[in-house]
Design a protein around this ligand. Structure first.
Ligand code: ATP
Ligand code: MG
Ligand code: MG
Length: 553
């Protein structure tokens, strides 16, 4: 930890601590808008803010930026809390910008009285047309010099719902010639006659982001307010507003910006993800193909793997694209240590052990070679087994280390078998492979035969004991790296039509007892997670990730 060099955000804080900030001044927040589910991009921001909290032993608030009732819902608030908790972070206080509506309103009235804000009665088009260009000053609204009395009564009418939506807005009176377009009399309030998920019908006006965000930071005494780079030009306005509401000597929050993180072959924008749900392209926000925290959880990602991912990509000043394979790598690394090994066959080929005389026997199998404490379990063996179709060929060259006629392989945790003959249908398809086994070659029995070296080891299941299961094989949701890079094109055109394949697999009976979110390594295949729709009669498994990166060449 000591040796790790500081990232630029930590450097900013260290500088501040040298220049007069006290450790007790440090306070951070994570400020999601409850207009959708959290996605993997948010994991970066969560890891940054809560990570700083842990590093400096400072409080971190969970603040809902709920200033737009049109898109916000309680369902999203609940999901955000669940996801942050699941990632393993604890917030100091659960805060809502909507709790500050009265305070913001009172401050706005003060600003009107001080000549710092006015009601503009123009259409939004007219206001936009007067903004000017970055090199050309804007034009003042004809309403810019309304009297304080008139402004107060118009603002009051807005608040009481007497003003129709889209008619009047409250604007800060700053500078129509500022080189920063955002300083050209930005809108502070607009009329929205819609129920808010928390304040219900109380408010008919809602504050704009710029007016609410810094003020919320100020109210909560946040020391450092980290946001993504597109807010860099907002910093001047952030400071202007905070100056208006604070008194000299008040502790002032500081906005600093870091780069958004994008993930390849998907989109990280709540608005775009919402469309996938609305258009039924995916099943829900927690569809295992979604890059949402809830989708990743259902897919089998662990909190550790997501935190590791965020940590490893770090914070930066330039936006970049992280390849999905890096996220998958983080999943494999963690699951390799923690996921119990089991056997399941996804594409079955029947094997008959012709010289096997017993009805069945139960064999000892190690649960996780990476974790001694994981112990052992029993797996049933019998005369008729399934192996994978691709693990048998009648003839093959010397590099095929699986089963072929006349050659031996080991069945994992069981015996060495030799393929003797095949049974085919009239089309020539192989229906069964008849094998013999070496009764003295049982794994772990210590006999000379058990230690005999054979090239291949296959996974298998006993047919009469196997549990037919629904297995969902997921692939990338989009077939191109950056589906939303080209603004001229609709990202929905790049949906991968084969992102989900549902098959029946046959798994060992120990899996009947598995519960939602249990993770397993299906040996030689990949990592799988029990879906929420799974039952003991009909288990359902989601493939988290294959064992190796099948995309790497
Ligand atoms: P979206 O476009 O998906 O709605 P947002 O930035 O509007 O994203 P917020 O709910 O406002 O979503 O985000 C909460 C915090 O998460 C903000 O500080 C935001 O900057 C940060 N954040 C959102 N997306 C990313 C991302 N891709 N990478 C890093 N941080 C992000
Ligand atoms: Mg936002
Ligand atoms: Mg947004």
């Amino acid at each position: 930890e000591e040796k790790k060099s500081l990232n630029f955000i930590e450097q900013i804080i260290e500088e501040d601590l040298k220049n007069g900030y006290k450790k007790e001044d440090l306070k951070f927040r994570f400020p999601p808008e409850p207009n959708g589910y959290l996605h993997i991009g948010h994991a970066s921001s969560i890891n940054l803010n809560f990570g700083l909290g842990l590093r400096y032993n400072a409080p971190v608030n969970l603040r809902f930026d709920d200033t737009n009732p049109i898109k916000e819902e309680q369902e999203f608030v609940d999901s955000i809390k669940r996801d942050v908790e699941w990632l393993g972070f604890k917030w100091e206080k659960e805060c809502y910008a909507s709790d500050y509506f009265q305070q913001l309103y009172d401050w706005a009235v003060e600003m009107i009285k001080n000549g710092d804000a006015y009601v503009d009665s123009q259409t939004s088009e007219a206001i936009a047309n007067q903004k000017g260009t970055p090199t050309e000053a804007g034009k003042a609204s004809p309403y810019r010099n309304r009297s304080v009395e008139e402004n107060l009564s118009l603002f009051e009418a807005m608040k009481n719902g007497e003003t129709p939506e889209g008619k009047d807005v409250l604007r800060a009176k700053i500078d129509m010639a500022s080189p920063n377009m955002l300083m050209r009399d930005p809108i502070m309030y607009r009329c929205v006659h819609k129920q808010h998920h928390r304040t219900k019908d109380k408010w008919k006006i809602y504050p704009m982001y710029d007016w609410a965000h810094g003020e919320s930071d100020f109210i909560e005494s946040i020391s450092h307010s980290f946001c993504t780079l597109e807010f860099l030009p907002h910093r001047e306005l952030y400071n202007w507003f905070v100056n208006k509401v604070s008194k000299p000597g008040d502790f002032q929050p500081k906005q600093r910006e870091f780069a958004r993180r994008n993930l390849s072959h998907t989109v990280v924008s709540k608005r775009k993800l919402a469309q996938l749900v609305e258009k039924n392209i995916v099943e829900s926000w927690d569809d295992p193909r979604m890059p949402t925290i809830s989708g990743l959880r259902r897919r089998g990602y662990t909190p550790t793997s997501i935190r590791k991912f965020a940590e490893s990509i770090g914070v930066g000043k330039r936006e970049n694209m992280i390849d999905l394979s890096h996220l998958e790598f983080c999943a494999r690394e963690d699951l390799n240590k923690t996921a119990p090994r089991v056997m399941g066959v996804l594409d079955p080929l029947k094997i008959v052990i012709t010289n096997y005389e017993k009805d069945e026997e139960w064999l000892e199998a190690e649960n996780n070679p990476e974790d001694e404490s994981a112990g052992n379990r029993q797996v049933p063996f019998s005369k008729e087994l399934y192996i994978e179709q691709e693990d048998f060929k009648e003839e093959a060259n010397r590099k095929f280390f699986r089963l072929k006629l006349g050659k031996e392989v080991r069945l994992k945790n069981a015996y060495i078998i030799k393929a003797e003959s095949v049974v085919k249908d009239e089309m020539g398809n192989i229906l069964e492979v008849h094998c013999t086994y070496d009764p003295k070659s049982k794994s772990g029995s210590g006999t000379e035969e058990s230690q005999r070296k054979v090239k291949g080891t296959l996974h298998w299941v006993s047919i009469k004991h196997a549990v037919p299961s629904e297995v969902r094989l997921y692939d990338r949701l989009f077939s191109v790296e950056a589906p939303d890079a080209d603004k001229e094109k609709d990202y929905l055109e790049f949906i991968n039509p084969d992102s989900l394949q549902t098959i029946t697999g046959y798994v060992e009976p120990s899996l009947k007892e598995s519960k939602e979110l249990d993770q397993f390594q299906f040996q030689r295949i990949g990592y799988f997670c029990v879906d929420k729709t799974s039952t003991p009669e009909k288990p359902v498994f989601n493939r988290t990730v294959t064992l190796r990166d099948s995309w790497a060449k």
